[in-house]
Ligand binder design. Structure first.
Ligand SMILES: [Zn+2]
Ligand SMILES: [Zn+2]
Length: 221
């Protein structure tokens, strides 16, 4: 039993029903994201960037599962500020159900990469929830996970910044991990896709370091 559960009996973050942090009724009420090209935002097959929209150092695909609304919004905010492993388990489980139901395919030799948090912020909250969730999902998908990205600068949190400010703020924040070899296809995992500046910056770093293709994979958009 987790510490938090001793104080707070598990209740659905959406409707308050006891038992789970995210109940099935609430998760099914959340809208699915359409597959679109991350560059032009028009529909695309499986979220692949259109050939004409591809950039040498850009993202080649974006898979976002849910719309950033309702219970998934509450759940993402909760995992940012609280330590609750079972909430991560529930999200990973629901996410995998969508991946299986819709046959969302990731190449077997691709490798998942969590977006690194700066150690200062990571320590203050006690753990890197994004890394933990990425780990759970990579295990469920049968994919490797490799921390090929590291974070150099603290930067100010992206929350509250708009489009251009976000891309300026994130520039130079990541570097390829000098202890790792970078090659093949990488799947960058993050909780929410907002303007895409974080994933785009991370993709460009990985491509400069030798990645052949870089996909983005987010819980919500
Ligand atoms: Zn509910
Ligand atoms: Zn396009």
């Amino acid at each position: 039993v987790e510490f938090l559960e001793l104080i707070f009996p598990k209740r659905c973050l959406g409707c308050g029903k006891k038992g789970l942090y995210v109940c099935r009724t609430c998760i099914e009420a959340v809208g699915r994201c359409d597959f679109v090209c991350q560059s032009c935002e028009r529909p695309s097959i499986d979220g692949f960037t259109h050939t004409k929209c591809r950039r040498k150092r850009g993202l080649d695909r974006l898979v976002s599962i849910w719309k950033y609304e309702k219970v998934i919004r509450s759940a993402i905010l909760a995992i940012k500020y609280k330590f609750a492993t079972s909430l991560l388990d529930e999200i990973a489980e629901y996410l995998l159900e969508v991946v299986e139901r819709e046959n969302i395919y990731f190449p077997a030799d691709s490798c998942m990469v969590p977006i690194p948090m700066h150690w200062l912020r990571q320590n203050r909250r006690g753990f890197n929830q994004s890394f933990e969730l990425c780990k759970k999902i990579s295990v469920k998908l049968g994919l490797k996970l490799d921390e090929v990205l590291i974070r150099k600068k603290l930067g100010i949190p992206q929350t509250g910044l708009r489009g251009k400010q976000r891309s300026e703020n994130i520039k130079g924040v990541f570097a390829a991990n000098p202890a790792k070899e970078v090659r093949g296809i990488y799947i960058l995992f993050d909780d929410v896709y907002t303007t895409g500046s974080t994933l785009k910056e991370a993709a460009s770093v990985l491509k400069r370091a030798g990645a052949s293709e870089v996909y983005g994979f987010t819980i919500a958009k």
